[in-house]
Structure formats: C-alpha cells, structure tokens
Design a protein around this ligand. Structure first.
Ligand SMILES: Nc1ncnc2c1ncn2[C@@H]1O[C@H](COP(=O)(O)OP(=O)(O)O)[C@@H](O)[C@H]1O
Ligand SMILES: [Mg+2]
Length: 269
C-alpha cells in the first residue's frame, strides 16, 4: 500500500494522521548575556528529513529543545503543525519524541519496561496491546533479545537503538534526534541512518536530526541546515553542500589536518 507523503502512518496500528511541519521564525535565545541563537529562521516540511549540523557549542541542542517546548525563545517563535511550540496543548495535539544525545534511559528498569513506560503512564491500551507495540519496536531495531536486559548491560550502540525504539513506541509524527550516531562505529551509524530513512519512507514521520556526521547528512537528508556561532549559515540540499562556497562551511565539512602547525610552546628553562 502506498500513501501520500502528507500523512504519517502509525507503525503499530497503521492508522494515518497528518504529517506535521515545523517552523522556526526569527528565533533568538540568550542565557543571561550570552546569546546562543541569533535570529534563526527555517521551515521543515511535513514528512521531510532535516539534518542540522554545526560545530560543538553552536546551539544545536538548544534549538531542538525549543521545538519540544523545553526552552522558551528570548524572541521569535517556533511552531509545530502551525501551533506555538511553547503551548502545552501543542504536545497533546502532536505526538513528538526527542531522542536525547545520551539516550536518557532509566537504569533501574529493563529495556522492556523503559519502552512500556510511556504507554503505561498514558494508559494507551491494555498490557497485551502495549506488549505487542514494545516487541514490534524492539524488532524494528533488532533488539528482540535485549528486552529483559538493563541499560547498564548494553553497549553504546544498543542504548541508542533502545532510545529510538522507546521514541517509536510513542507513535511519533515528529522525531527529533540529538546526535544519534555519535559514539557509534560506522556500521552501527549506517544502521541508525537506515532506520531514520525507513521511518520517513514507510511511515512519513517528519524527522529533525542533529548530527556532525557528514555522511549521514549526505545519505538521508532532504535538506541540511548549518549553525555556526548561533547563526544559520547554510540552508540547502545535500547536493549543494558538496561544493560549499562559504570557506567556513568548507573548513567545517573538510577540516585540514596540519601536522606542522606549532601546538605547544617550548618551555623556557
Ligand atoms: N541552560 C543553559 N544555560 C546556559 N548556557 C547554556 C544552557 N544550555 C546551553 N547553553 C550554552 O549554549 C551553547 C550552545 O549549547 P548547545 O546547544 O548544547 O550546543 P551544541 O551545538 O553542541 O548542541 C553552549 O555554549 C552551552 O554552554
Ligand atoms: Mg548538543
């Protein structure tokens, strides 16, 4: 069955609902006198994979937190499905899931219970129905054998996959990932990229992926944004990224290694 790109399909029930878009409009954010985001504007279309890149400390995680309403803009506005992201009702209207950088799993619970937590708390279905969803999500992420393990028993790559599986159980229309492939070996990184692409192709989930990973961006992004020093310095397609005109972007994507550069001052004795 093929469906139009403007609806998302629930991976568990196959129920279709509208795909959601995100807009970031003249967003600025300061912590005290430190301005982290400076007049950032872009729009993510329904069903699109948008990859947000940029050096460490450029404001990528802070930007994601505005989309899920965990941070409030100093000025400007963020909307999800045309609703203000700061409103509690937006999160009731749109199912969105943020996969945190560190996974943020509950260490005292098994993998199964970590995944079942959200549907249990929100009383979504009977225990048998929850089990079906949890096991299906684990299967999608090739984690069937890990359901009774604790997070401390898992490798970094497995924890990331569990975090994605847990987000999937929330049946998201919008998935946000914070550095999903960092700390993973290249093969596992590629697997995560494939999962993100599958969620788009099969279920039309809108995805915003924060990553340093240039290969991931080129492989799965519909469009890419680059933040530097809190400003959006690039917005375009992966193809446009292959020959960037801005030297700052070229240096960021293809850093030159200069072994001759003096790094340590000789100590005067
Ligand atoms: N709650 C906060 N209070 C003060 N400064 C913060 C806070 N959150 C982030 N910052 C600062 O904002 C900048 C951008 O952070 P972040 O968005 O985490 O960067 P990254 O692009 O690496 O994800 C950093 O200098 C960080 O120290
Ligand atoms: Mg970050």
């Amino acid at each position: 069955m093929s469906i139009a790109a403007d609806v998302t399909r629930n991976p568990f029930t196959q129920i279709e609902s509208p795909a959601v878009g995100v807009t970031v409009e003249h967003l600025s954010k300061s912590f005290g006198t430190f301005e982290v985001l400076k007049d950032v504007s872009f729009a993510v279309k329904p069903g699109e994979i948008f990859v947000l890149m940029g050096p460490s400390g450029s404001g990528k995680s802070v930007l994601l937190k505005h989309i899920v309403g965990l941070e409030l803009p100093t000025s400007g506005k963020v909307t999800v499905d045309r609703r203000d992201a700061t409103e509690e009702t937006t999160r009731e209207h749109v199912r969105m899931a943020l996969v945190f950088q560190a996974g943020a799993l509950f260490n005292s619970m098994t993998v199964y219970d970590n995944l079942a937590l959200y549907p249990r708390e929100h009383r979504i279905g009977t225990e048998a129905e929850i089990k079906e969803k949890v096991m299906h999500a684990l299967q999608i992420l090739s984690l069937e054998n890990a359901s009774q393990k604790f997070p401390s028993d898992l490798s970094g790559g497995m924890k990331k996959r569990v975090a994605i599986a847990r987000a999937l159980v929330m049946e998201p229309q919008l998935m946000l990932y914070d550095e999903p492939t960092s700390e993973l070996d290249p093969v596992m990184g590629a697997t995560i990229s494939e999962i993100i692409a599958t969620l788009k192709d099969e279920y039309h989930v809108t995805s915003i992926v924060v990553s340093h990973d240039r290969d991931l961006a080129l492989a799965i992004a519909d469009r890419v944004g680059i933040l530097m020093g809190g400003k959006l310095v690039f917005l375009g397609t992966p193809a446009e990224l292959q020959a960037p005109k801005d030297p700052r972007i070229a240096d960021f994507l293809n850093p030159k290694i200069d072994l001759k550069k003096p790094r340590f001052k000789r100590l005067e004795t």
